[in-house]
Write a protein that binds this ligand. Structure first.
Ligand SMILES: Cc1cc2nc3c(=O)[nH]c(=O)nc-3n(C[C@H](O)[C@H](O)[C@H](O)COP(=O)(O)O)c2cc1C
Length: 317
């Protein structure tokens, strides 16, 4: 691989996880770009302006790096209108359209990965959104609906023709949800079929999988989701590997410092009570694989203060 070519390393959107606090930690470790959690186009347009869900979903720290806002929906006009209004907020550097979410409540409304079954509608949404905003418009998609309908190549071509500026391809079908292995070879087929940038996604969890995914897909970048949970350092680690440079991982004491910083920042933003609840899953990720971590996690889930949580975390090594 050419070490001088810049490979973009982005944080994949994860609902309930990739908020401004977590994203900032990833940016500090060399993440190049991130995406908000998904936002319902229709919900956003019809919600009163101050509704908490949207206030939190759309919040961004000014010092974060480039941030796309991700919308989902199935009505081209709502999608275009939401894109225009989100553009006007002046917070985002791109609009990303979700054509990959497998959740029943999303595909039931013909949104997310259900759009891969209706390429004509997907193309219309893409074209309308593109026409509604001066920002770059990207799409996050999968390989298709199921094994019998792997239409990623023709689907990507339709999106390119609709004017989309880039694609992120998760190497699974909708029916696979998150199971099995991501098919990087199939992502390579998409990369070969279009001339817009293609970002590979799925199962990139360390520097070895990152280098392998790049070699197989030939993609312009990697989007990392679950591998970054409790591990924002993954970006620095992969960047070092891309440069052929040495990398020193954080000590567990530094990991705890970061976990507690995330907790404090979340508490300042959302209040201590919500932060304590929301941080439980993050504490579990930060401590995964450590000796005695299961017992400590049970105690953390009962803890009433962050001081108590920190004392528990510091008992681990
Ligand atoms: C908890 C969770 C929430 C997710 N939420 C979103 C989302 O809001 N929008 C989206 O496009 N993908 C979402 N995804 C999919 C991820 O962005 C990514 O495509 C998938 O996890 C595969 O990448 P990975 O193997 O690096 O995790 C979510 C995944 C997880 C695990």
């Amino acid at each position: 691989m050419n070490k001088d070519r810049h490979i973009s390393l982005s944080l994949a959107p994860m609902a309930g996880i990739t908020d401004q606090v977590f994203r900032r930690l990833c940016f500090e470790q060399g993440c190049d770009a991130a995406t908000t959690e998904m936002v319902s186009a229709q919900g956003f347009l019809t919600a009163p302006r101050d509704r908490n869900a949207y206030r939190f979903l759309l919040a961004r720290y000014p010092e974060e790096g480039p941030l796309s806002v991700q919308i989902f929906g199935s009505d081209p006009l709502y999608m275009a209108q939401a894109a225009a209004r989100l553009t006007d907020l002046g917070l985002f550097s791109a609009i990303d359209i979700n054509m990959g979410c497998p959740a029943q409540k999303v595909v039931g409304g013909q949104s997310g990965s259900a759009l891969m079954k209706d390429p004509a509608l997907a193309g219309e949404i893409a074209a309308r959104v593109k026409a509604a905003t001066p920002l770059p418009v990207t799409v996050k998609m999968r390989l298709g609906w199921d094994d019998e309908h792997k239409n990623a190549v023709s689907f990507a071509r339709i999106l390119e023709q609709a004017g989309i500026d880039g694609l992120t391809v998760h190497g699974r079908t909708r029916m696979q949800q998150y199971a099995g292995q991501a098919d990087w070879q199939a992502i390579a087929e998409v990369k070969k079929a279009v001339s817009i940038p293609v970002i590979a996604n799925g199962d990139i969890v360390d520097e070895k999988s990152a280098l392998k995914a790049l070699e197989i897909t030939g993609c312009d970048g990697l989007a990392i989701g679950r591998g970054a949970l409790g591990n924002p350092w993954l970006f620095a680690r992969i960047r070092a590997a891309l440069k052929g440079a040495a990398y020193t991982p954080p000590t567990f004491s530094q990991v705890v410092d970061t976990a507690m910083r995330q907790a404090r920042e979340m508490a300042e933003w959302k209040g201590r009570r919500s932060a304590l609840l929301e941080m439980r899953k993050h504490f579990a990720w930060y401590t995964a694989g450590r000796r005695n971590s299961a017992q400590v996690r049970t105690k953390i889930n009962l803890a009433a203060s962050f001081e108590e949580v920190e004392a528990l975390l510091r008992t681990l090594d």
